[in-house]
Design a protein around this ligand. Structure first.
Ligand SMILES: [Zn+2]
Length: 120
């Protein structure tokens, strides 16, 4: 259960960002999570909701973008999505391909609404 720590990091990043935008409130934060990061999205949503309940971020929506594992082929240069642990190149069939991405855990975006425009 490292989802609590991840949810905390997301909230810290959100608060740090909001500190620079005093006249706005956060609406939705999007995080990209690779399938190799071993994060359970439901569990993360649950922790996030528990941590924001009753705080100034209670209305903040967490959006999780799952990212599949991607490999690239040293033979032909193709980059492809790995499905069912089949690491062979989808273009040329090369068996020894290299890991590119799929273990990321990063903030993609933070959408916010400014107080001024919402009253217009
Ligand atoms: Zn190839």
């Amino acid at each position: 259960m490292h989802e609590v720590g991840i949810a905390n990091s997301i909230l810290e990043a959100t608060r740090a960002e909001m500190a620079r935008h005093s006249a706005a409130r956060p609406l939705r934060i999007t995080v990209r999570i690779g399938e190799l990061a071993a994060v359970d999205p439901d569990s993360l949503q649950f922790c996030f909701a528990a941590l924001t309940r009753g705080t100034e971020l209670a209305a903040l929506e967490l959006k999780i973008e799952p990212c599949p594992r991607r490999n690239c082929c040293p033979a032909c240069g193709a980059e492809f999505t790995v499905a069912d642990y089949d690491f062979r190149c989808t273009q040329c069939g090369e068996e020894r391909t290299e890991f590119v991405s799929g273990d990321q855990l990063e903030l993609a975006s933070l959408e916010m609404e400014s107080y001024e425009s919402s009253t217009a």
